[in-house]
Ligand binder design. Structure first.
Ligand SMILES: [Zn+2]
Ligand SMILES: [Zn+2]
Length: 403
């Protein structure tokens, strides 16, 4: 069984009778609910608020959302962001551009037949790494040479489409030739000490612009960094994963916190097609509390966690019929145990194939935790003896974070 590390910490602390401090500027909604919710029994956690930023002189950054449908983009950058970058260069201040996608571009597209280079082992697209002229799958690590022509129609006109960290770095070098630029992502920091060396250069003012993924969002304090630009986060606003907007809000709060930490006021520029989205409104006022409460109301209305308890039985096999057979069997067993737990039909996740394995799952949901735990206990002990259980790879994920 798989458990959330936070929940394991809480259980261990309870057994040892020691307190646990969960510290965050953007607590998980489950934790926020436990600290403030009006559920019975009354609040499980006690809430301790820090109402001041760590550096007392620091000011909150100004947050502007630029509507990308209303301006002409230059290689994915809005004129407003380019002007703001030039201003920082002139003032000898630093900037950070946040884009949560490494590589050069997320897909390689054929302009004639719209073929897109796929991963043969996963239901995903291969990412273009232009420097090495290679295509890589960021899910399974598969990699291959970039084809010279479209394998589907023979056309030689293949386009890297969309933006990743490498392309953004290249664009900035063209637009701002005097700027000293560093890129921070898993590719640029794979060498030992590489990240520390880059961060040292930022501190000694040898870098003007940092381009990077979420690796840059947490923990670093750069006193001379006054501009944060956020590129292309819109996919998370409309994701089928109900936790995507919670994660995006936390990430943007953290990344916005990089701007203007010392005595200099910071500015955050977010490029989006949806500048009036409720998430950005809450972010502009740096109002975690109102956003958390809004999201909790929505979750309560549709009966999502933390208002219900969930577990996922995941199964994968080389051949989906085996996984399906196993899941159907588990589904029938689970439905027979008790009627307090809602057991959903076996379905395939968004990523149907991963690392050459065909995947499926059964979702179980209850408004009462002990009922779910009892069911899982019975289910696991019965499944273990089944011959079909030996033919698939399976696991139970309690409070799954991803589907
Ligand atoms: Zn083609
Ligand atoms: Zn793959």
């Amino acid at each position: 069984m798989r458990y959330h590390a936070r929940d394991v910490a809480l259980v261990r602390a309870k057994r040892l009778n020691i307190p646990v401090v969960l510290g965050s500027a953007t607590p998980a909604l489950e934790s926020w609910h436990n600290a403030t919710g009006s559920q019975s029994p009354p609040n499980k956690y006690s809430l301790l608020s820090l109402n001041q930023r760590a550096v007392t002189a620091a000011q909150l950054p100004r947050i502007d959302c630029i509507d990308t449908t209303k301006v002409h983009l230059q290689q994915g950058l809005t004129p407003q962001l380019i002007v703001a970058l030039r201003l920082r260069l002139a003032r000898k201040e630093q900037s950070l551009l946040f884009i949560n996608r490494r590589g050069y571009s997320p897909v390689l597209l054929c302009s004639a037949c719209h073929w897109i280079a796929p991963c043969t082992r996963c239901s995903s697209k291969l990412v273009v790494h232009l420097g090495q002229k290679r295509l890589r799958c960021h899910h399974c690590g598969h990699e291959q040479r970039m084809p010279q022509q479209c394998p589907s129609c023979g056309n030689a006109d293949l386009h890297p489409t969309g933006h990743g960290t490498q392309r953004l770095e290249q664009t900035l070098a063209q637009l701002l030739p005097t700027a000293r630029i560093a890129r921070v992502d898993r590719d640029s920091t794979s060498r030992k000490h590489a990240l520390v060396e880059i961060l040292d250069k930022v501190h000694s003012q040898e870098i003007d612009i940092l381009v990077g993924t979420q690796m840059l969002a947490k923990g670093h304090d750069f006193p001379n960094l006054t501009l944060v630009g956020v590129i292309d986060t819109d996919s998370a606003l409309h994701s089928p994963d109900f936790r995507a907007s919670e994660r995006l809000f936390a990430q943007l709060m953290q990344v916005a916190g990089r701007a203007g930490r010392a005595d200099k006021a910071g500015q955050v520029i977010i490029q989006t097609q949806f500048p009036e989205h409720v998430l950005f409104n809450a972010l502009r006022s740096q109002d975690y509390v109102s956003y958390a409460n809004t999201m909790l109301q929505e979750r309560e209305q549709v009966q999502f966690p933390p208002y219900v308890f969930t577990a996922l039985l995941r199964a994968e096999a080389n051949d989906y019929t085996l996984a399906q057979q196993f899941l159907n069997h588990a589904f029938n067993l689970a439905r027979g145990f008790n009627n307090e737990v809602m057991v959903y039909d076996p379905v395939r996740p968004q990523m149907e194939r991963l690392k050459g394995m065909e995947r499926g799952h059964v979702l179980m949901q209850a408004s009462h935790r002990p009922a779910l735990q009892q069911l899982l206990k019975n289910l696991v002990s019965q499944l273990r003896g089944q011959p079909i259980a030996a033919k698939v790879r399976w696991a139970i994920d309690v409070n799954p974070l991803e589907f």
